[in-house]
Design a protein. Sequence first.
Length: 298
Amino acid sequence: MTKIVQCVPNFSEGRRLGVIEEIVGAIKSAAGVALLDYSHDESHNRSVVTFIGEPQAVMEAAFRGAKKASEKIDLSTHSGGHPRMGAVDVIPFIPVKGVSMEECIEMARQLGRRLADELNLPIYLYEEAASKPDRKNLSDVRRGQYEGLIDSITDPGREPDFGPAKVHPRAGVTAVGARPPLIAYNINLDTADVSVAKNIARAIRGSSGGFPTVKGLGIMIEETGKAQVTFNVCDYKKVPLHRIFELVKREAARYGVTVTGSEVIGLTPLDALVDAAVFYLQIDGFERSQVLENRLLE
C-alpha cells in the first residue's frame, strides 16, 4: 500500500457479541482493508474497531460497518456508561503513511455525504474536519447525547452538516472526522463513589481547565461496582500516559481512594508505552534505537 489510512469507528454495542461480530464482518468484507483490532466493553456498552487500508477501501469498509450498525442497533433502547448519540457513534480517519490530514478531511466529507444520502443519517463533521470551530470538540457535538439531540437538533446552529435535521429513530446521529492518533486510556479506582471519578476527570481534562489535549469522564463500571476515570489522550507526546496516571493517583488520594489499575482500549503507539517505561524505570539516556523491535524494522 502506497497510502495508508487508519479508521477507528466506535459502535454503541458492547453486550451482544453476535451483533458485534456482524459489524466487524461487514467491515472485513470490503476488499483492501486489514483488521487490526476490535474490543468491546459491557459497562460502556461500546465497541471499538481498528482497521487500515488505502483511502477508498477504508471509506467503503467504514460505510459497510455503519450500515450494519444502523440495522442492528436501536438507540431508543440503548443504555451504557459511555456518552453516545449514534449506533455508529464516531468515525475518525487518521493519516498513517503517504496521506495528509487534508486528504483525511476530504474522506470524512465524502463518507459523511454518503451516510446521509444512502442511510438517511444526520452527520456532524468534527475534529480537523469540523465545518466550524464549535464542532471541533466531539463533546460539544455530542452535547445532550441521543435523547437530548431529538429536540435540540433543530435549534439554530445545531443543524447537521449532512442529512436531515432529525435524529434517526433507531440509528441516531453520527460524527465523522479526521484526527491524529488518539489513545483511549482508562484508570480504575477502588471506590464505588462515582463522584470521586468525576471530580478527578474535571481536574485533568482540558474543557474544565486541565490539559488541553486530554478529554476525561468519571463513570461507574457495573461489573465491578467501582468507579473509573476514562480518558481520550489526544496528543500523548504533549501529555504522556504516566503523567495522567500519576496525577490521577494524587487526586484520588485527596479522597482516600487508591488506583487499582489502568487499561488501554484498542491500539496505542509503542512510543507511548516506552515513555512510561523510561519514566517508571528511571532509565537515563534511553534511545528509541535500543528497542529491539525498532532495530529489526530498520
